[in-house]
Design a protein around this ligand. Structure first.
Ligand SMILES: NC(=O)c1ccc[n+]([C@@H]2O[C@H](COP(=O)([O-])OP(=O)(O)OC[C@H]3O[C@@H](n4cnc5c(N)ncnc54)[C@H](O)[C@@H]3O)[C@@H](O)[C@H]2O)c1
Length: 284
């Protein structure tokens, strides 16, 4: 599925902040951009937060071309004052705040021996502290409006070792933090859930693979061979967006503190079994 299917008003009347609402340069669609477009298409007004506002402007243009409403807030989600201003932007421009998608994430490969302290701290700040900073500004605004939904975009690295120690630790912490927030703020009508993307094709992953000198086609062929859904579909930003839309909408009103993994089945497949059954595309 792409973003074009349906326009059912699943989040009509809601106001949503999407952090990292732009995307890295390159072909394909980022998870934040896809989520913002889907939320807008299904009726929400959007505040796109990005530290590179030119990127978010492209998302805003697409939303407006399709008849939706969006504004860009230029800010860094590791900065507490920027997080407060992002929430004020939602209240000033659209009058309320119902949904927060904590989508910003930056990864860095390496074991803990490869990871210096500065990198460790940066990974925790961008990937985990940002969720704390944005959410503690958003929750009072949501509570004032009668409740809301927070969706945190984690990573398969939270569930399986992927060779990104500091990033995975932060993404795992995001799940624990979401459970704490769900329990503490449920009584105010705030739901908190997590979407866990497996490896999905976004402009950033293409760039990262090229930087690491990896053969992207070989990675895709291997994924197609070992993932349960690998031959049927390739995961993209849209797949994360659809999962986030469900958590943002009232369809999930009785669901909080939960983790929804969108990974083509990677996390339910034993590596040894997957490898033993490995068939390259084209093999019978
Ligand atoms: N692509 C994948 O395979 C994959 C897998 C697992 C998890 N994820 C997660 O999905 C999310 C988005 O991934 P993507 O590949 O679409 O990313 P992306 O890099 O394309 O987009 C992220 C956007 O966030 C912005 N941004 C970065 N740091 C920021 C900050 N401190 N403050 C404000 N904006 C900031 C960037 O300018 C960019 O526009 C991340 O949380 C990532 O960890 C992606």
């Amino acid at each position: 599925m792409t973003g074009a299917e349906g326009n059912s008003g699943r989040v009509a009347g809601k106001v949503a902040i999407v952090t990292g609402g732009g995307q890295a340069d390159g072909p394909g669609i980022g998870t934040g951009k896809a989520t913002a477009i889907l939320l807008a298409r299904h009726g929400a007004d959007i505040v796109l937060v990005d530290r590179e506002p030119a990127r978010a402007e492209l998302t805003r243009a697409e939303i407006e071309e399709a008849g939706g409403r969006a504004v860009v807030f230029a800010g860094d989600v590791t900065d507490s004052a920027d997080c407060a201003r992002a929430v004020h932007t939602a209240l000033d421009r659209f009058g309320r705040l119902d949904v927060l998608i904590n989508n910003v994430g930056v990864s860095q490969p390496g074991s803990i021996l490869d990871t210096d302290e500065q990198t460790w701290d940066r990974m925790q700040q961008i990937n985990l502290k940002s969720v704390y900073l944005m959410s503690r500004r958003a929750i009072p605004a949501m509570t004032a409006g009668g409740g809301g939904s927070i969706v945190n975009v984690s990573s398969i690295g939270a569930l399986r070792a992927i060779g990104f120690a500091a990033y995975s630790a932060a993404k795992g912490g995001m799940i624990s933090l979401s459970q704490e927030m769900a329990a503490a703020h449920g009584p105010q009508g705030i739901r908190v859930n997590v979407v866990v993307p497996g490896s999905v094709q976004t402009p950033r992953t293409k760039g990262a693979s090229e930087k690491l000198g990896q053969d992207l086609q070989r990675i895709r062929d291997t994924a197609a061979a070992v993932l349960p859904l690998g031959r049927v579909t390739v995961g993209t930003g849209w797949d994360i967006g659809w999962a986030a839309l469900f958590f943002a909408s009232d369809e999930s009103q009785w669901i909080t503190g939960q983790v929804l993994t969108a990974d083509g089945g990677a996390s339910v497949t034993l590596p040894a079994v997957a490898l033993a059954g490995l068939r390259l595309p084209g093999d019978s």
